[in-house]
Design a protein around this ligand. Structure first.
Ligand code: MTE
Ligand code: MO
Length: 421
C-alpha cells in the first residue's frame, strides 16, 4: 500500500456515517450550508455517497502503519535467534539509563546491565501495574506528506525511569537511542530537554516509554518491544527498539534528524488533505468530498475547501490563496467505534483526554490526533478544476501559516484535480 492509501478503510468508515446522516435528513443535514439545506440530494449524488459506504475504522492497525525504519538489516528482520541474543524480544530486552561520561549528570543510581540494575521487561510490567498512561497520537514523519497512522499508544511515563536513577543536579538534556546492529554508522538517536519529561506543559500527555499500540504489544516494525513516544513531536523523536537513555548536562539536541536539514524542535502542525472524491463527476451535480486533518499543537477550528478552474492564474503574491472564497466543510464528530485492531474496541487504560466514565474524548477535534471531514461542493459546469482544502487553527491561522517551512513538517496546501464531464 502507498502512503496515501493506508488509512482509506478507516476514513471510509468515519465518513460513511456523515453521508448516511446527510441522506437521512437528520441533524447533520440540518447543519449543512444553506445552498444544500431544503434540497434533497440528487440521486446521482446519493449514488456517489454509496461509494463511501465501506468498513468503518478510525485507528490504523499496526501492520498497516506507514513504516520509517533505518538499519541494514532492519532490526525486525533479524532471525529469532539473533533477536533473542540482542534483546529485541521481551524475554531479553533491557534498557540502560546512565549518566553522560562527557557531560555528567549527577545521578546516584544509574540503571546498567553491568550492575544488574537495567530495566527489564518484568520491571517495566511491574511499573505498568500502577503507572500506565495511554496517548491518542497521529504518527507523522516531518518529511512525508501523509501521516503514517493514527494510534492509541500505551506505556509508562518516562519520568518514572528518570527518577529511579535518583538525579541530584546537572541534568539538562536526555539523549536516547535504539538497537542499531552495534554499528555506530547506523545509530538513530534523539533527545529532549529534561523539563519536558519531568512535567507536561499545557495539558500535553506525558512522554512515554511505550510498549503497546491499539491494545496490542508493539510489533518489530513499530519499534517493539519498547519505543519512545513523544506526543506532540514528529516521528523521529519517537525512537524505536529503545536500548539506552543518557542523562546529560549538555543543553543541546543531538538528534540524528538534525542532519538532513530537519527542524528538530518542531511541534506537529495542523493541516488538511482530500481523501475521497467521486471517480466520475457530472456537470450540474453537487460533489461529495471527504478528507482528514492532522490536528497539530495549535488545534483545529475549521476545514475549508476551494475549487478553482485548473487554468485560472492566481496572483504570485498570494501563494496561500488567502484572498479566495473558501467554503467551510464539516468536521466529523468523534467516531463511535475505534477499530485499528483494538481488542473489543475497548479503550486502553488511562487514555489522556478521554472521559473515563463515558469513554468519549473530552474535546473534539482533539489535538495531536486525526479528524475527518466531509462536504458537498456546489455543482460545476463541465471542465477541469483544482480542489484544495486547508485548515484554520484555533489561533485563526490559515494553513500553511504560522509555520510554512517544509523541514519543520509538511503542511503545504495540496491541490487535487477534478474533471467534470
Ligand atoms: N531506532 C529507530 N527509531 C526510529 C526510526 C529509525 O529509523 N530507527 N525512524 C524514526 C522516524 S524518522 C519516524 S517518522 C518514526 C516512524 O514510526 P513508525 O515506523 O512506527 O510509523 O519512527 C522513528 N523512530
Ligand atoms: Mo521520519
Amino acid at each position: 500500500m502507498t502512503q496515501s492509501q493506508h488509512f482509506l478503510p478507516e476514513h471510509r468508515d468515519v465518513s460513511r456515517r456523515f453521508f448516511l446522516n446527510l441522506l437521512a435528513g437528520t441533524a447533520a443535514f440540518a447543519s449543512l450550508p444553506s445552498w444544500l439545506r431544503g434540497n434533497d440530494l440528487p440521486r446521482e449524488c446519493a449514488e456517489a455517497c454509496e461509494a463511501f459506504l465501506k468498513k468503518i475504522e478510525y485507528l490504523t492497525p499496526q501492520e498497516v502503519f506507514g513504516n520509517v525504519s533505518r538499519g541494514d538489516p532492519r532490526p525486525y528482520d533479524l532471525s529469532d535467534e539473533k533477536k533473542l541474543e540482542v534483546g529485541l524480544v521481551p524475554e531479553t530486552w533491557k534498557l540502560e539509563v546512565v549518566s553522560d561520561p562527557d557531560n555528567p549528570a549527577d545521578i546516584e543510581n544509574p540503571l546498567t546491565k553491568e550492575a544488574g540494575t537495567a530495566i527489564d521487561w518484568p520491571a517495566l510490567m511491574k511499573l505498568a501495574e500502577t503507572k500506565t498512561v495511554s496517548v491518542a497520537k497521529i504518527m507523522t514523519c516531518n518529511n512525508i506528506g501523509r501521516p503514517l497512522g493514527m494510534g492509541f499508544w500505551e506505556g509508562v511515563p518516562l519520568r518514572e525511569l528518570v527518577w529511579m536513577t535518583r538525579p541530584k543536579a546537572n541534568l539538562r538534556r536526555v539523549y536516547y537511542h535504539g538497537y542499531h546492529n552495534d554499528d555506530p554508522k547506523q545509530l538513530f538517536q534523539s533527545s529532549l530537554p529534561v523539563g519536558r519529561i519531568l512535567e507536561d506543559p499545557f495539558g500535553l500527555p506525558p512522554v512515554l516509554l511505550c510498549y503497546k499500540l491499539n491494545g496490542q504489544y508493539l510489533n518489530g516494525q513499530r519499534g517493539g518491544p519498547v519505543r519512545m513516544l513523544i506526543p506532540e513531536a514528529y516521528g523521529f523523536k519517537s525512537v524505536k527498539w529503545l536500548t539506552r537513555i543518557t542523562l546529560s548536562n549538555t543543553p543541546f539536541a543531538n538528534d540524528t534528524y538534525a542532519k538532513g536539514n530537519n527542524d528538530v524542535d518542531s511541534g506537529m502542525k495542523t493541516f488538511s488533505q482530500v481523501l475521497l472524491k467521486p471517480d466520475e463527476i457530472k456537470a450540474g451535480m453537487p460533489i461529495p468530498v471527504t478528507g482528514f486533518s492532522q490536528v497539530g499543537i495549535s488545534g483545529l477550528a475549521k476545514v475549508q475547501t476551494l475549487v478553482l478552474p485548473k487554468d485560472q492564474t492566481w496572483p504570485a503574491d498570494d501563494p496561500y490563496f488567502t484572498t479566495a472564497d473558501w467554503i467551510d466543510a464539516h468536521i466529523l464528530p468523534a467516531p463511535e467505534t475505534w477499530g485499528g485492531g483494538l481488542p473489543d474496541d475497548k479503550l486502553p487504560p488511562n487514555l489522556h483526554g478521554f472521559d473515563a466514565e463515558t469513554g468519549k474524548p473530552i474535546t473534539w477535534p482533539m489535538r495531536l490526533t486525526m479528524a475527518h471531514w466531509a462536504t458537498v461542493l456546489p455543482a460545476l459546469t463541465a471542465g477541469e478544476y483544482t480542489l484544495r482544502s486547508r485548515t484554520i487553527d484555533e489561533k485563526g491561522h490559515a494553513q500553511p501559516m504560522p509555520r510554512p517551512f517544509a523541514k519543520s513538517g509538511r503542511n503545504a496546501i495540496e491541490g487535487v484535480e477534478l474533471v467534470v464531464g
